[in-house]
Design a binder for this molecule. Structure first.
Ligand SMILES: [Zn+2]
Length: 419
């Protein structure tokens, strides 16, 4: 009867660096040399091809019939096949973007400009392409998950992570961007039109699924969050064994809200005092938690004494509420304490989302677009004057990238044919 189960076609496209355009054109006519060149490249990269599940991987590669794409100026694209499992890989030379008319050097400029903060429209104008072409290019990069690309760079899955959502607007809709960061690297950038625990669990669950697929024994030891209820619940659901800490910088920002009606200089003074308190606690290597409890009590007493009983009470209640999350940060030195890196990433991405308005249509692929932006953020090197100049986030975190060229890295790493 009506069997409608569709077999999902595996994307087995690989990007190969032939160093020089002319090398590619030369190898086009030499089957054996072509396969050898591809093989040498794969060996140097240390990547494995995504064979079929049944493959013993002892098979050799052989070149298959070419197919010509008129769109790309008559460039011949070859495919190679595994002689054992018959999986077919399409080999895209570094000098073309797969399925795209855009030249890599044009794409390089446009992507760099986007990453640098220019709107899609401006990037497109400068590079003489259409904004839609740029949008589609970023979406195409976002087809590969962040976990897949980052683990290809030999980064271990994050044992301690930061999770937070950016609340934003897309046209008239309120949206949230649940994000997972570790150090300088974005591991997840989701898109959710709700901010319930269920919605966040679904989004963060995508990261968890991808991570478990890569490493079935993966476990999160600690997560830093801002204490928002839905985030807390989603983390508890997904990572029940993880220590949940509350961001200390969020705490600093929140304190003035608890001192309603006081003059700004007074609130500022108390905030500075609170800052010193948290800072001192973090510096002490032993008994950090114990010191915190004592200092918080004294600080609340100080507020009572200086600005009044009701303020003191409000702050004391707030401390009661959040204390456990702050202890969690102080008790484990491996826990991240502040979400600065994540906030920076969020602010940059929020500008992009704002720019995306023109493209926010029901059939749009917001998730792919955001993932594409996150790839850019992970793989484009920091500017010359920055602290980690010429390195990208992945490298700063100790990961390896295939080549010295970020654009080529992006092309290679987001190919679907590598394991
Ligand atoms: Zn095979």
């Amino acid at each position: 009867m009506g069997q409608t189960a569709k077999t999902v076609r595996e994307n087995r496209t690989i990007t190969v660096d032939f160093q020089d355009r002319s090398t590619y054109f030369q190898l086009m006519h030499e089957g054996k040399a072509f396969v050898e060149c591809v093989f040498a490249f794969l060996l140097a990269l240390g990547f494995q091809l995504k064979h079929k599940a049944s493959c013993r991987r002892s098979g050799c590669l052989t070149r298959q019939s070419p197919y010509t794409r008129v769109r790309l100026g008559g460039l011949t694209i070859w495919r190679i096949q595994c002689t054992s499992c018959k999986a077919v890989f399409t080999v895209w030379p570094h000098c073309v973007l797969r399925y795209r008319r855009m030249r890599p050097d044009v794409a390089r400029q446009a992507l760099m400009a986007t990453h640098g903060g220019l709107s899609l429209e401006w990037c497109a104008t400068i590079c003489n392409i259409s904004p839609m072409a740029l949008y589609r290019l970023i979406c195409a990069l976002g087809q590969q998950s962040l976990v897949a690309v980052l683990t290809r760079c030999a980064l271990p899955l994050p044992v301690y992570l930061l999770a937070d959502e950016k609340h934003s607007r897309c046209l008239s809709a309120r949206v949230s961007l649940p994000t997972i960061v570790s150090g300088r690297v974005i591991w997840h950038l989701g898109y959710s039109d709700g901010k319930s625990a269920v919605a966040f669990t679904a989004s963060y669950g995508e990261f968890q699924r991808a991570a478990l697929e890569h490493e079935p024994s993966y476990q999160v030891q600690g997560a830093l969050i801002d204490g928002f209820d839905s985030t807390t619940k989603s983390m508890r659901t997904l990572f029940p064994g993880a220590r949940l800490g509350y961001c200390l910088r969020h705490a600093l920002h929140k304190l003035p809200d608890k001192l309603i009606g006081l003059a700004a200089p007074v609130r500022k003074g108390l905030r500075a005092k609170f800052h010193t308190l948290l800072h001192r606690c973090r510096q002490r290597n032993s008994l950090r938690g114990v010191a915190l409890g004592q200092r918080l009590r004294r600080f609340a007493d100080h507020i009572t004494a200086t600005v009044g009983e009701d303020h003191g009470e409000r702050v004391r209640h707030w401390f009661q509420d959040k204390k456990a999350g702050w202890y969690a940060v102080l008790e484990d030195p491996r826990m991240p304490a502040m979400s600065t890196g994540l906030d920076q990433a969020h602010n940059a991405i929020d500008r992009k989302l704002f720019m995306m308005k023109g493209f926010h249509h029901p059939g749009g692929s917001q998730a792919a677009f955001l993932t594409g932006l996150a790839h850019l953020s992970n793989l484009i090197p920091y500017q010359r004057r920055a602290l980690n100049a010429a390195l990208c986030g992945v490298e700063v975190e100790g990961g390896r990238v295939p080549t010295l060229d970020w654009m080529l890295n992006l092309q290679i790493l987001t190919s679907g044919g590598f394991r």
